[in-house]
Write a protein that binds this ligand. Structure first.
Ligand code: HGY
Ligand code: MN
Ligand code: MN
Length: 413
């Protein structure tokens, strides 16, 4: 049994067309464009014969019953939201590969032993509410009351956001997937790095998913007139922020040769009053730290604050830090990694094992059962950019390996 490569590629093109026209490819969660993508997916799920609903956490879930509905479901999926001006394949390749598997099984007249669930998880990318993996976080029972009260810039709360996409914040407990309630979770994703492409290997077997910590850093100085304020009397928050950013990069670069290197990024910043003729009075930025070493991730902020404290004091600046989110490094299950390796081999593809430097919904789905991920190469390792590119063959390989791995796990678990 093989997937229908042309249909998968056609579906990828159809979803790529559903983007903010001036910023391909942008389908930000909780926006009308995202809603268009959801409508397309829900229709495709139903057309494929999946019993389809939006769960209380805003996830789109399509179900195929199994021969033995007493068995826990095999879950496959990813996310259809994007970062701004992001990629054409990040996330949506996994959702459409999962749909393709369901369509292929249906067309073959085969009924799996296990129920099969095809899922588009809500808001895997950091949303305007400042939180990522919203739908899968709810499955892990980790979406807190405080999270639901988070507001995005226009004042909408996350609770209201969930309702806007068809969820129901009052029923989140009903979607929690307790430990042992899924047989396996598998996700196809582009590597978003260069290892597979540089190795000339078409299939990646993910060993573990990196841990990610995000903190809000507020640098407080004093807004002043940019012309009338002498340099020695300024408390310029952006000068302090620049020092923090440079020091974060230096400190993270020192770990490059570590067994589990750490990366640090400050990719989001708001300057106030953000005027050419005003000395910046405050800067709010997001410090993001990732590593397979959770202790290093947890300690980085304190270390960085220590390294910059004197410099900020000399500038007369204060610093206010707060945690946004902290996700643990998550191992992929050996049983699923083996099934992926056997599937690739049976299909005549070479495969290599590698960690994921990107975060994924599997980090939260792992609370319910064993997870695994299949990577396919992307050109020059580019992602989170419009240049993200894969070939139809690479897309088909990922979906074929997903199908073959599911058939193995369906028999063996
Ligand atoms: O940020 C990530 O690692 C993922 O692409 N959301
Ligand atoms: Mn992404
Ligand atoms: Mn992704």
């Amino acid at each position: 049994m093989r997937i229908h490569a042309a249909r998968l590629w056609r579906h990828l093109d159809a979803m790529a067309a559903l983007t903010e026209p001036d910023r391909p490819y942008t389908r930000r969660s909780f926006t009308p464009r995202f809603g268009e993508g959801r409508a397309w997916l829900a229709n495709a799920f139903r057309t494929a014969g999946l019993e389809t609903e939006i769960d209380a956490a805003g996830n789109l879930v399509g179900r195929l019953p199994g021969l033995d509905d007493g068995l826990k479901p095999i879950v496959v999926g990813s996310h259809s939201d994007t970062v701004p001006s992001g990629g054409r394949y990040d996330g949506v390749l996994g959702v459409l590969s999962a749909l393709e598997v369901a369509q292929t099984v249906q067309a073959a007249g085969k009924r799996l032993r296990h129920p099969l669930e095809v899922v588009d998880f809500l808001a895997e990318e950091p949303s305007e509410f400042g939180l990522s993996c919203i739908g899968s976080r709810a499955w892990a029972g980790a979406l807190t009351r405080g999270d639901l009260e988070r507001k995005r810039p226009d004042g909408m709360t996350l609770a209201e956001g969930l309702v806007s996409v068809g969820g129901d914040p009052s029923r989140l407990a009903s979607v929690q997937r307790k430990p042992g309630t899924i047989t396996a979770y598998l996700e196809v994703h582009i590597e978003q790095g260069r290892v597979l492409e540089n190795s000339g290997v078409p299939v990646g077997i993910v060993t573990d998913i990196v841990g990610i910590r995000r903190e809000r850093w507020l640098v407080v100085g004093r807004a002043d007139h940019a012309g009338a304020t002498p340099m020695n009397l300024r408390h310029d928050a952006l000068v302090g922020a620049a020092h923090i950013i440079a020091e974060a990069s230096r400190a993270a670069s020192e770990t490059i040769a570590a067994t589990k290197p750490l990366v640090a990024t400050i990719g989001h910043m708001e300057v106030s009053p953000n005027a050419a003729n005003a000395v910046p009075g405050s800067v709010t930025m997001t410090l993001e730290v990732r590593s397979g070493d959770d202790a290093a991730v947890r300690n980085f902020g304190d270390m960085l604050q220590g390294r910059t404290r004197d410099h900020l004091a000399r500038l007369g600046l204060d610093l206010v830090r707060s945690e946004i989110s902290h996700a643990l490094p998550t191992p992929c299950a050996d049983v699923i990694r083996s099934a992926i390796g056997e599937a690739a081999k049976a299909l005549g593809h070479s495969a290599l094992s590698l960690p994921s430097g990107a975060g994924h919904d599997g980090v939260f789905v792992a609370a319910a059962g064993p997870i695994g991920m299949i990577f396919v190469p992307c050109r020059d390792g580019r992602s989170h950019a419009p240049e993200e590119e894969i070939t139809a063959d690479q897309a088909a390989t990922g979906a074929d390996v997903l199908l073959a791995a599911i058939l193995r796990l369906d028999e063996s678990l």
